[in-house]
Design a protein around this ligand. Structure first.
Ligand code: GLV
Length: 307
């Protein structure tokens, strides 16, 4: 029985060592290493390899990342289970980045960046955290972990998800009907949605028009959630006050793109949260053990929903 690791060599070396220790009976196969394709039961990758149908006995396809939107679903044979990466490293990094982003937007750091360019010593008014309402679009594992970190600041916390959720200390909205009420009470909107056909382009002019004037956007989902032209318009017309983007479309964002120079925009190059090989290897091993024992997999994707 074999595990095929189809990602970068540096992370592969760490995975290999941990797998050798924890699952010595499972053959660990790195990229380009020979393997009898019939032995491959597990595959870890970022994109679906073109020759996936060679692995006739493949049972689980693991994404190396938290998202699985990069998988062309119809290229994955039907009986194969698809699993997204749920691991402590990704979760912790997302908690850090969301906290950083919320505080950056709350404390006007983008406006101060511009004032600093003018050597202008100019304090700006800031509401108390208890009066700055934070709203999460998407209430999955990463959003819920970030929410836990934000609680001590005393921001009012709300969230919206496709299906109904209940989270301590969070005003939860759901479904198409719940979106307008959620947006109307959100001063800083955090996008942590999965990218699906339903959420593609969701951050658009119509959605921005439903936020309170001067709202802010923290985007840590996927570039394709966002209509970038609509964002620039909303910022230029004062509907939105600032945006922090960790994802763009395309990536990398071309040097001539107006978002780079926009005074109300901060951009980071898709680094909010990155799979950490030490913790990720243990998560994948745990899932392989669960699979061998016939138990439910952590992060199993509902292939009809797409996340
Ligand atoms: C990064 O965006 C990931 O999916 O892990």
């Amino acid at each position: 029985m074999a595990f095929l690791f189809n990602s970068d060599a540096a992370r592969g070396a760490i995975f290999r060592e941990i797998f050798a220790r924890e699952l010595p009976d499972l053959q660990f196969v790195g990229p380009g290493q020979p393997v009898d394709p019939d032995k491959v039961r597990y595959l870890l990758t970022w994109t679906v390899p073109a020759d996936i149908s060679r692995y006739r006995n493949l049972e689980v396809l693991f994404s190396i990342g938290a998202g699985i939107d990069q998988f062309k679903q119809d290229s994955v044979p039907e009986p194969v289970a698809v699993v997204r990466m749920v691991e402590d490293g990704i979760i912790r990094m997302m908690q850090e980045y969301v906290t950083l982003g919320i505080l950056t937007l709350h404390r006007e750091m983008l406006a101060y960046r511009e004032l600093q360019k003018q050597c202008a010593w100019q304090p700006l008014a800031v509401p108390q955290a208890a009066r700055r309402r934070i709203g999460f679009l998407g209430l999955g594992i990463l959003a819920q972990a970030a929410i836990e970190r934000l609680k001590p600041f005393q921001f009012p916390l709300a969230g919206w998800s496709r299906s109904k959720k209940q989270i301590d200390g969070v005003t939860c909205h759901h479904g198409t009907d719940g979106l307008a009420a959620f947006l109307a009470e959100t001063d800083i909107l955090v996008c942590l949605l999965p990218l699906t056909d339903e959420t593609r382009g969701i951050l658009n002019a119509d959605l921005f028009s439903q936020l309170p004037a001067g709202a802010r956007l923290l985007h840590v989902g996927r570039g394709a959630h966002l209509d970038q032209t609509a964002l620039i318009e909303a910022l230029d017309h004062g509907r939105l006050a600032a945006a922090m983007l960790d994802v763009t479309d395309p990536e990398p964002l071309p040097a001539e793109h107006p978002l780079w120079q926009h005074p109300k925009v901060a951009i980071t190059p898709h680094i909010a949260s990155v799979t950490q090989p030490e913790t990720a290897a243990h998560s994948v091993i745990e899932n392989i053990r669960r699979h061998l024992a016939g138990k439910n997999l952590i992060g199993l994707v509902d292939r009809t929903r797409g996340y």
